[in-house]
Write a protein that binds this ligand. Structure first.
Ligand SMILES: C[S@@+](CC[C@H](N)C(=O)[O-])C[C@H]1O[C@@H](n2cnc3c(N)ncnc32)[C@H](O)[C@@H]1O
Length: 151
């Protein structure tokens, strides 16, 4: 099975340069977050960091976490060229034991939960890293769009 490290450059180019405002789904997701200025947000499975950059541009303190070193390298390139104070960490969403308990006000997981094989440990991680009344917002690709040729 291919991993995101295998396709990182292609995936980055496929995403293109449009902003999250132009993304067909993100505006709906954004309304669920409310005002994020000043909040500590984890962009879980952040990929090349497009959502993390958007959240930081709206005043959030953002940590992006992803499994793919290559996508994180692209995310860090953006951060180096236009610093927004985003920290990127390489970790498996199913095992976030090194992240401090209750560290985040919110966790965003955009278009990624369907790519993470085990839901239960991932949701345990989310619960662990969120403060007690923190928020978790996610969006997924509907399973009907997964085809035999997807990967
Ligand atoms: C479709 S991409 C979405 C990336 C980003 N959220 C975005 O919207 O551009 C799915 C992401 O999930 C990440 N991923 C898959 N399994 C993961 C895991 N176990 N832990 C952390 N990230 C994972 C991949 O590396 C990839 O960056």
């Amino acid at each position: 099975m291919k991993t995101y490290d295998d396709i990182a450059e292609w995936y980055d180019q496929w995403l293109g340069t449009h902003t999250m405002k132009e993304d067909p789904l993100f505006p709906a997701v954004e309304t669920l977050m409310g005002n994020i200025a000043g909040q500590r947000i984890c962009d879980l499975a952040c990929g090349q960091g497009r959502v993390a950059r958007y959240l930081a541009a709206h005043g959030a303190h953002v940590v992006g976490i992803d499994l793919s070193e290559k996508l994180l390298a692209i995310a860090r390139r953006h951060e180096d060229s236009q610093p927004q104070g985003i920290t990127y960490l390489q970790a498996d969403a199913r095992h976030l034991d090194d992240i401090a308990l209750g560290r985040f006000d919110g966790v965003m997981c955009y278009m990624a939960l369907m790519d993470i094989p085990d839901l239960e440990p991932t949701l345990d991680s989310v619960t662990r890293i969120l403060r007690p009344v923190g928020w978790f917002v996610f969006a997924i690709l509907h399973p009907c769009y997964h085809t035999a040729q997807s990967w």
